[in-house]
Design a protein around this ligand. Structure first.
Ligand SMILES: Cc1ncc(COP(=O)(O)O)c(C=O)c1O
Length: 438
């Protein structure tokens, strides 16, 4: 067996395909709260959260206890064979907590992509229509259908086609790089009104089952639509009987200082999709929606062997207790204010930062070579991630041009860890901006 990091690296390269790439060279031995410890004992402040999975912190003690307790009782029955309490308790909890004062139902699955797939199945079944509208810049997963719904070619789609039919991509609400060349608020959110034209040019409204959108596009670069956007989209969907689905897989579970990001827009979607931080580190996803839609498919049409695994459900119940009863969502809001102040100050100092955006602690900076033309600074972003890693901060980039840095730190991060993390980011930006020839 290998013992050193370089031996493990050699084994990894020989036995695991490069398609499953890593964004950092780290190999982790332990992780608690917002601190990752690698196999050589080096500590890293975690601003990545395993891509937004550990909002309640790495190995949160309450979650670990729930996992252990459930594992001692039983680990699996398959909900399609026999039911168990934690699945039902979690469904009730999600039906209550998600926005919207109407009868809801929940089906539990394993991954984000599986939640998206099931939402599409349910919307098609309930409406009898095939078409699915997604937004440019959106990311919905890596299965055939969800990869089709995603709109970044490399690395997600390149050479993996042909793609699933009846998926239509509409321009999104990107105020920093408006696809319509307009400026908010004088644009009067023309991007939302465009949906009516989209029905003329791309797919008929009466052939459209659902429109699916992330409240804040995650992989797309934390694109944050203006306040009126989602209410307008929802009204148009309602007019034509189109199911309005919100993908909260990255933005949900307290990430934005509210339990669900869509609450910032005051909208209650027909269906809401959660995964990632829902399971506190275990694979779990949920489709929660209007009962009349969710209950449309025939018995046996939904589910899977592992969906809503009892250990993952126990973990999720603990996650919700931490977020809601223990007040972590409220702390997230305060964290967001601090984080925003640090990033705004960095934007004032560094020309490289063209935009700061997001909600609560789900924030991003977009790096550009010049603020006028907004030329994406992809190489500088890569360098920033690398410099930060060398100084003890795990960062993640995103965005269509790979020039956005996002913050997905566990919401339990201490003030000191948060400050140290941002100071590392600032030092590293100073090095990059100070390079001769820039
Ligand atoms: C918004 C969004 N939807 C769906 C997915 C897919 O989730 P998973 O990787 O669990 O399949 C992701 C993953 O990053 C995501 O960010």
């Amino acid at each position: 067996m290998a013992t050193t990091l370089s031996e493990y690296k050699a084994l990894r390269d020989r036995h695991i395909p490069k398609g499953t790439s890593q964004s950092s060279p780290a190999m982790i031995r332990e992780a608690h709260g917002a601190i990752l410890t690698d196999v050589e004992g080096r500590e890293l402040i975690d601003f990545a959260g395993g891509i937004g999975v550990v909002n309640v912190g790495n190995s949160n003690p309450k979650v670990v206890r729930a996992i252990k307790d459930q594992a001692d009782k039983f680990t699996h029955t398959c909900f399609a064979i026999s039911m168990y309490e934690s699945y039902i308790d979690l469904a009730v909890r999600l039906n209550t907590l998600t926005p919207g004062d109407f009868h809801k139902m929940t089906v539990l699955l394993n991954s984000g992509a599986e939640a998206v797939e099931n939402a599409v199945k349910i919307a098609r079944y309930a409406t009898g229509r095939p078409g699915i509208i997604t937004l440019d810049g959106g990311f919905h997963g890596r299965t055939l259908l969800t990869m089709t719904m995603t709109s970044k070619v490399k690395p997600y789609k390149y050479k993996f086609g042909p793609f699933a039919p009846e998926v239509y991509h509409m321009p999104n609400a990107n105020c920093y790089r408006c696809p319509f060349g307009k400026t908010y608020p004088s644009c009067q959110t023309a991007c939302a009104d465009h949906l009516e034209d989209f029905f003329i040019e791309h797919v008929a409204a009466e052939q459209t089952a659902a429109l699916i959108a992330e409240p804040i596009q995650g992989e797309g670069g934390f694109i944050t639509p203006p306040p009126e956007y989602f209410a307008k989209l929802q009204a148009i969907c309602a007019k034509y009987g189109i199911v309005f689905i919100i993908d909260e897989i990255q933005s949900g579970m307290g990430r934005t200082g509210k339990l669900y990001a869509i609450e910032h827009w005051g909208v209650a979607p027909d269906m809401i999709l959660t995964a990632k931080s829902l399971g506190g580190g275990l694979p779990l996803s949920a489709v929660t929606g209007r009962a009349e839609l969710m209950d449309a498919p025939h018995a046996g049409g939904l589910g899977g062997t592992f969906g809503g695994n009892p250990i993952a459900c126990a973990a999720a119940l603990a996650v919700l207790e931490i977020l809601v009863e223990d007040g972590l969502v409220a702390r997230a809001e305060a964290l967001g204010v601090k984080a925003r102040a640090r990033l705004d100050a960095m934007q004032a100092r560094f020309e490289l930062i063209g935009d700061v955006r997001g909600k609560g602690p789900m924030l991003a900076i977009e790096l550009v070579r010049d603020r006028e033309r907004k030329t994406p600074a992809g190489a500088e972003t890569k360098e920033l991630v690398k410099l930060c890693f060398e100084r003890g901060l795990m960062l993640l980039s995103c965005g269509q041009y790979g020039n956005v840095i996002r913050t997905l730190m566990p919401l339990v991060i201490t003030d000191d860890e948060l400050d140290r993390g941002f100071s590392i980011m600032e030092e590293s930006l100073a090095i990059i901006e100070g390079r001769p020839g820039r």
